[in-house]
Structures are given as structure tokens and as C-alpha cells.
Ligand binder design. Structure first.
Ligand code: C5P
Length: 299
């Protein structure tokens, strides 16, 4: 089948990220609230004989692999293997989501590739088969594939309860000049726990799903277990969070396992004031965006 397809691959933030015990296979069990942002990469997939080709452009392309190490490539490989077809696609990826920042850009790109390839090739794979591949690619990929703007996730991120998103709010993401590899952040968290510096929480009793779409409730639940170990090694990120909250953010949190920090504001004016307050002296790049509304397009 010949053709071309375009996909938006949206970033995510974790409004809550609790990490529990290590499961079989070395991955940790999670409890997380995932919310999409408007900030997105764009993907263009074109069927073309001769294997997989990947071209990366866009303002955030630095440090993004252009071959097998890119999650898009791996997603394409796994897709064609499962579909029983010879790989035949040219992928053009425009990066706007900073890599290694905890915003799930690579996962969104992989989910967009899976979804797009399936459509391009006449849907040879069922939703459960796509989910299987997504889980293999990474913890955030099933959420990105689901198309849900907001969800509660458990285990390795594979079990998801889609939720009605809270009303869209302005967001400011602050990005340092370094990335944090996810596996490294898990290692730091493990060291902190082995040293017994903080008791590990048990699974939380969350409020009923209906209450999770309310910003007041979300501000109460906002928490990220990676903050302690990451902030210890990068105190400037703790400083960034404090500055955002001091400038009027309702929520300020580390993005996933880092390295970016995001802040949610009540309105555009509050965010504009925070940008004015931070801009003159900040060492971070500032990326304004919004939380996704109920009509966020999928994959
Ligand atoms: O899921 P993702 O591929 O982004 O994870 C990268 C690494 O982070 C994994 O290889 C693993 O070391 C660690 N990880 C973990 N438990 C999770 C998710 C990731 O230990 N639930």
C-alpha cells in the first residue's frame, strides 16, 4: 500500500509520579497521573521500499538519534516484524519536545509511528497487538498510544484508566542545558531508598476518578518521587521549581524523571508575569504551552 500520513506526537507531564517496588524484569511498579500538553513533535510517514529511513529536523533535534537508537525506528521495526511485512517506510520527524527532559517526546514519537504505520498499511495489527509493542518500547508509550488526554496509570504504565481532563491551563516548561537518562534517575532513586533516607510510600488511596479532573484536587496530589534524588544532584532544578511557584504557579513539578520542570498557571496573565519575573536571570530555556483539553487528537 502506498501513501503518506502525518501525525502530531504530544508531550506529557506526570502530575503525580509514585514509584513502588521493582517487579520481575527489573522495571518498577508506578502510580501516575499523565496529562498531555499541546507541545508536540510532528511525524510524517511515507511508504517507500528499501527498509526504514529516518530523518530528524526541528529546533530540538540536537542529541536525537537518527538510526536504530531512535524509538521511532524501533517502533517501525517491531511493527513490521509483527505485521509480517518487509520494512518500507521513510520517517520525517520534526522535534519540538526537548529530548531527555521527561516530557515523553520519544515515547510520543514511537506511539505516533506505530499508530501511523498501522493506518498506512491498512490496519494489519489489532489494538492489543499495538499495545503489546508499545509496552515493550517504554513505560509512557501505552499512554501516548491510547490517545487519552489524561489518564491514571499503574504497573509499568501499561494499565491505564482514561479520565476527563481538567480544564486546559497555561503551562511553562523550563529546560536546563542537560538531559537526564531515565535509567540513571531510577538508579539515583534506588540509591536513596537503599540508604533509607526516606520511607517508601505504600500505594495511595486516590479520590474517586471524577475528582481527579479538578485543579484544586490535582494540586493536592501533585508529587513526584524523582524530585528528591534529582534535586539533590541538580540543585538548580529545585531552584527553578521554587522560582516558578514564587512567581505564581499553582503547581510546579519535575517532568517525569527530569531534566525539565513544568508549572501550571491559573491563567495567561499569571504565566506572563512568571515569564517576566524569570526571563532576565534564568539559566533555563522557557517553553510556553498548554494542557490538552478533552478533544486532544490521539497518537
Ligand atoms: O520506560 P523507559 O524505556 O523510558 O525506561 C527507561 C529505563 O528506566 C528502563 O530501562 C529501566 O531501567 C527504568 N525504568 C524502571 N521502571 C519503570 C520505567 C523505567 O526501572 N517503570
Amino acid at each position: 500500500m502506498n501513501g503518506s500520513i502525518r501525525r502530531s506526537a504530544r508531550a506529557k507531564v506526570n502530575l503525580r509520579l509514585k514509584v513502588f517496588g521493582r517487579e520481575e524484569g527489573g522495571y518498577h511498579s508506578l502510580e501516575t497521573l499523565l496529562l498531555r500538553l499541546d507541545l508536540a513533535d510532528s511525524l510524517s510517514l511515507t511508504t517507500e521500499p528499501g527498509g526504514i529511513r529516518l530523518e530528524v529536523g526541528g529546533e530540538e533535534r540536537d542529541g536525537v538519534p537518527t538510526a536504530e537508537a531512535n524509538l521511532c525506528w524501533r517502533a517501525a521495526e517491531l511493527f513490521y516484524a509483527a505485521a509480517g511485512n518487509r520494512p518500507a517506510v521513510s520517517i520525517r520527524l520534526e522535534k519540538r519536545i526537548p529530548p531527555g527532559s521527561g516530557l515523553g517526546g520519544g515515547s510520543a514519537d514511537a506511539a505516533g509511528t506505530l499508530h501511523g504505520l498501522n493506518e498506512l498499511h491498512g490496519c494489519p495489527l489489532s489494538s492489543p497487538a499495538l499495545l503489546e509493542i508499545a509496552s515493550e518500547l517504554g513505560s509512557d508509550v501505552p499512554f501516548c498510544l491510547s490517545g487519552a488526554p489524561f489518564a491514571l496509570g499503574w504497573e509499568r504504565g501499561r494499565r491505564l484508566l482514561p479520565l476527563a481532563p481538567p480544564p486546559p491551563r497555561p503551562v511553562l516548561v523550563i529546560v536546563p542545558c542537560f538531559a537526564i537518562p531515565t535509567a540513571e534517575a531510577y538508579g539515583w532513586l534506588g540509591e536513596e531508598r537503599a540508604a533509607g533516607s526516606r520511607p517508601r510510600d505504600a500505594a495511595t488511596l486516590l479520590p474517586p476518578p471524577g475528582r481527579l479532573s479538578d485543579w484544586t484536587e490535582l494540586a493536592r496530589l501533585a508529587e513526584n518521587d524523582f524530585e528528591d534524588p534529582v534535586f539533590q544532584r541538580h540543585p538548580e532544578l529545585a531552584g527553578g521549581k521554587i522560582a516558578l511557584v514564587a512567581a505564581g504557579a499553582r503547581i510546579g513539578l519535575l517532568c517525569g524523571s527530569g531534566s525539565a520542570v513544568f508549572a501550571v498557571f491559573d491563567d495567561e496573565r499569571a504565566r506572563a508575569e512568571a515569564i517576566d519575573a524569570l526571563s532576565p536571570s534564568t539559566e533555563f530555556r522557557l517553553i510556553p504551552t498548554r494542557t490538552a483539553g478533552p478533544d486532544a487528537p490521539g497518537g
